[in-house]
Design a protein around this ligand. Structure first.
Ligand SMILES: Nc1nc2c(ncn2[C@@H]2O[C@H](COP(=O)(O)OP(=O)(O)OP(=O)(O)O)[C@@H](O)[C@H]2O)c(=O)[nH]1
Length: 605
């Protein structure tokens, strides 16, 4: 156990790409946590997909032993936080485990939407915030301007901001000194009943479920019987340690310390982020505040392209779920797609990550149906059924419209930060997505716009569109603000007069016709011609709101080689067959896999 006065717990908050992971790696290197050789790039982002996309998904923590200028060796616990809005709750728990934060701002880009969102959270946790202006090596760096911006926009004193280049290693020692001298040590009582916050958990193939904890009061050690207060389960601690970033086994973790424990737990679902850990005997009476059950907000169906892969998909999903308790799945069957799973995610990025891992790590070809949010529907009484409330996760389960009293949809509050010249197009985008503007301010040639938007309008491609119309300069952050009633209807898509349930979606009546028209136009381009004419229709109830027709193909593809080289003909047929494997048959129409996702991108409106 370390004396409380010598502990510093801090996190790094930053907008995506401002250099958080690079700085973290430098701090580890400087304090000797790893030798140069062990120092593979970006130690903290240890998942492949994280590395590829350059974003942090899971919070990780490392302990650094730093001997400061005063000659004293301090225990620094550096918490890496996820850098994406989908993981906001995990961020809030990581922040709650610290007393301070380094606020990393890119010297060329300045303050961005996500910087603001995270810094306000950090302020709410009463953190001491140390501004770090990074990337000062860039020719476009303007540290003085960024310093002024931090003061003006966030209201923090930035006169003592540390200037760094994490890439070339400038200012790293200064950052460590600032952590020791400016961030306060934790408080805690060793004699009090154990109270530790479960900050994060992940699955390790050797250790089983590993739990990251922050001890508030008391002591946690091997052999202790503990209770997870929200989860209601009891476990025997079999290992206590910390990451340096290698695992180092410790005797115990005392108040104020951050470290890891294992307890023969098989699934991360049992170790819920934000839970309070106490002893079974003489434990704490009250749990720590702030625990929340995470709920998936975006749902979609995942179906194997090849029905024979269903079992493999089931196993792969179950395995992924061992390590990610925040996504949910249940079996679903669709008339057109056969057997698959309805899965729930924290957001679109989370959806993409899971989908990508299934495709890549488990080698599965998947069809993803239209993502949908969760709607709350009040049903009227019918002859056979009482009035009741349902939660709709799947457009295919949309009830008989005559029974619907009200439908409510989730809304978000979004903050967009953009250079002035893109403001007009951004306002139009938000307006087209049924947004309600709630604020607009200017700071140094940049606009900060706040909008309330239906989540349903954001889940498809809002972020991509925002990035493309602002050439990547606009940034976006959101939080959920609850349900609101809306005039929402189910729009079905018929291909050759057959409903394709995987393409049906819930839309607001005011935009249904436009969406329906776009969808039909897109499908017309995406579905190959057949030997017969194919009508594509968008319909609400029995009413067709848009229609396109794919004209018939004139000739059989092999007709060209009639009487010619037989091997060429065979090749063509093979090619066709391969193409077919990635198609889905609807009645007698083949729809390529890409059509399912591509058709959902709303595109220019
Ligand atoms: N020129 C320059 N580039 C830097 C510096 N620090 C980081 N970078 C680069 O900026 C990019 C983003 O850095 P990361 O450390 O991955 O950013 P991050 O903030 O951790 O990103 P998330 O994990 O997505 O939040 C990388 O290409 C880094 O090499 C710096 O001081 N100077």
């Amino acid at each position: 156990m370390t004396d409380l006065a010598l502990i510093r717990n801090f996190s790094i908050i930053a907008h995506i790409d401002h250099g958080k992971s690079t700085l973290a790696d430098r701090l580890i290197q400087h304090t000797g946590g790893l030798t140069e050789r062990e120092m593979s790039a970006q130690v903290l982002d240890n998942m492949d997909i994280e590395k590829e996309r350059g974003i942090t998904i899971k919070a990780q923590t490392v302990r650094l032993n730093y001997t400061a200028k005063d000659g004293i060796t301090y225990e620094l616990n550096l918490m890496d936080t996820p850098g994406h809005v989908d993981f906001a709750y995990e961020v809030s728990r990581s922040l709650a485990a610290c007393e301070g934060a380094l606020l990393v701002v890119d010297a060329a880009q300045g303050v961005e939407a996500q910087t603001l969102a995270n810094v306000y959270q950090s302020i709410e946790h009463d953190h001491e915030i140390v501004p770090v202006i990074n990337k000062i090596d860039l020719p476009a760096a303007e540290p003085d301007k960024v310093r002024a911006e931090i003061e003006e926009v966030i209201g923090l004193d930035a006169s003592q901001a540390v200037l760094t280049s994490a890439k070339s290693g400038i200012g790293i020692a200064e950052v460590l000194e600032a952590v020791v001298t400016r961030i306060p040590p934790p408080k805690g009582d060793r004699a009090a009943p154990l109270k530790a916050m479960l900050v994060d958990s992940w699955y390790d193939s050797y250790l089983g479920v590993v739990i990251l904890v922050r001890v508030i009061d008391g002591v946690i050690k091997k052999g202790l019987n503990v209770k997870f207060m929200a989860g209601g389960t009891e476990h025997l601690i079999d290992r206590v340690g910390c990451m340096t970033p290698k695992l180092e086994v410790l005797e115990e973790l005392g108040p104020g310390e951050i470290g890891i424990i294992t307890a023969q737990i098989k699934e991360v679902a049992q170790a819920r982020v934000g839970d309070t850990i106490t002893t079974v005997k003489n434990g704490a009476a009250q749990a720590l505040p702030g625990f929340k059950e995470v709920q998936p907000v975006v749902f979609c169906g995942l179906f194997p392209v090849d029905a024979a892969d269903f079992e493999k998909l089931r196993e792969s999903i179950a395995r992924l779920r061992l390590n990610d308790a925040s996504f949910s799945f249940e079996m679903e069957s669709s008339a057109a797609l056969g057997f698959g799973f309805r899965c729930g995610f924290l957001g679109l990025l989370h959806l993409e990550i899971i989908q990508e891992r299934l495709t890549r790590e488990y080698d599965l070809d998947l069809i993803t149906t239209a993502p949908s949010v969760v709607y709350r529907i009040q049903l009227r009484k019918s002859k056979t059924d009482d009035a009741r409330e349902i939660l709709l996760h799947n457009p295919a389960d949309y009830p008989d419209p005559s029974r619907i009293e009200t439908i409510e949809e989730p809304w978000i509050k979004a903050v967009i930060y953009t250079p002035d010249e893109y403001l007009g197009s951004i306002l139009k985008l938000c307006q087209d997505r049924r947004g309600v503007q709630t604020g607009l301010t200017y700071v140094g040639g940049r606009a900060q716009v706040s909008y309330e938007l239906p989540l349903n309008e954001v889940v498809f491609d809002f972020y991509d569109r925002l990035k493309s119309i602002s050439r990547g300069y606009a940034s976006f952050d959101y939080e959920q603000i609850g349900l609101r009633e809306g005039d929402l209807v189910k729009m079905g898509i018929l291909v050759n007069n057959e409903p394709v349930d995987a393409l049906s979606m819930i839309v607001h009546r005011s935009v249904a016709e436009t969406r329906g028209r776009h969808m039909c136009e897109r499908l017309k381009d995406l579905i190959p011609r057949h030997l017969f004419k194919i009508p594509i229709q968008a319909a609400i109830g029995g009413k067709v709101v848009a229609r396109e027709t794919i004209s018939a193909m004139r000739k059989d593809v092999t007709a060209k080689c009639y009487g010619g080289d037989i091997s060429r003909k065979k090749k063509l047929l093979d090619k066709q067959k391969k193409g077919k494997a990635r198609m889905r048959e609807y009645g007698n129409v083949s729809i390529p896999q890409e059509a399912f996702i591509a058709a959902l991108r709303m595109g220019e409106e």
